[in-house]
Design a protein around this ligand. Structure first.
Ligand code: HEC
Length: 196
């Protein structure tokens, strides 16, 4: 009896350790980051706040994996979820051969999506271990730039797929630089009406 309890406790503890070590491996770009191959070739860019799995570290760089979904015939963009256009990575054609693909699925609108992942190196200095730290920049931009002409429209007023076009329409009015446009878009999408 006692032995059994001890064993259960041990199993619980090891499960906890596995879960916490998995969490520890998640990292999030603070800004748009360049992803490079082993030989230093540019593979594409990763947007702010994207969940990356850290697999290795060497000098000032981390070897990471980004995994998500690409729309059929649109290999250059990896999105967070099926049917939701939260951009995780924008890949260059020379990176296409390095994409690992899974079994495709169709969404509610009969569009085909392919699980896609790619690995590469990013700079450590631009990584946060907590996604909330990344969203602070978007929240700040929203507070400073989006409520002067009209009442600020809260993030949960619109869907994940509506926000990119709204920000695009407002970017000149709000004086957003391209990097700020990414920061704000990713922040609003992460807190949108239908955010997953
Ligand atoms: C310089 C003034 C100005 C600033 C700054 C501004 N907006 Fe607007 N916004 C407008 C105007 C004018 C409209 C009315 C619709 C139109 O003309 O596009 C509007 C409309 C909107 C709408 C309504 C769209 C709809 O379909 O109901 C949203 C949402 C919105 N803005 C979001 C934002 C966000 C987010 C920011 C910050 C990045 C922002 N706005 C900054 C002027 C501004």
């Amino acid at each position: 009896m006692k032995k059994d309890v001890g064993l259960k406790a041990l199993l619980c503890l090891s499960a906890l350790l596995i879960v916490s070590s998995m969490n520890a491996a998640d990292v999030f770009p603070k800004t748009t980051l360049e992803l490079t191959s082993d030989s230093g070739e540019a593979l594409g860019s990763i947007t702010p706040g994207t969940k990356l799995t850290k697999l290795d570290e060497k000098n000032d760089k981390s070897f990471v994996m980004v995994s998500g979904w690409s729309a059929y015939g649109e290999e250059s963009v990896i999105f967070q979820n099926i049917g939701q256009r939260v951009v995780y990575a924008l890949l260059k054609p020379n990176a296409f051969k390095d994409i690992e693909k899974g079994q495709s699925k169709t969404d509610d609108y009969d569009a085909e999506w392919i699980p896609s992942q790619i690995k590469g190196w990013v700079k450590n200095s631009d990584l946060a271990s907590n996604q909330e730290d990344v969203w602070k920049e978007g929240a700040k931009l929203f507070g400073e730039r989006c409520g002067s002409c009209h009442q600020a429209h809260p993030s949960d007023e619109f869907t994940v797929n509506q926000w990119p076009n709204i920000i695009k329409a407002m970017k000149d009015r709000a004086g957003l630089l391209p990097e700020q446009q990414w920061q704000l878009t990713k922040y609003m999408q992460a807190h949108a009406k239908d955010a997953k």
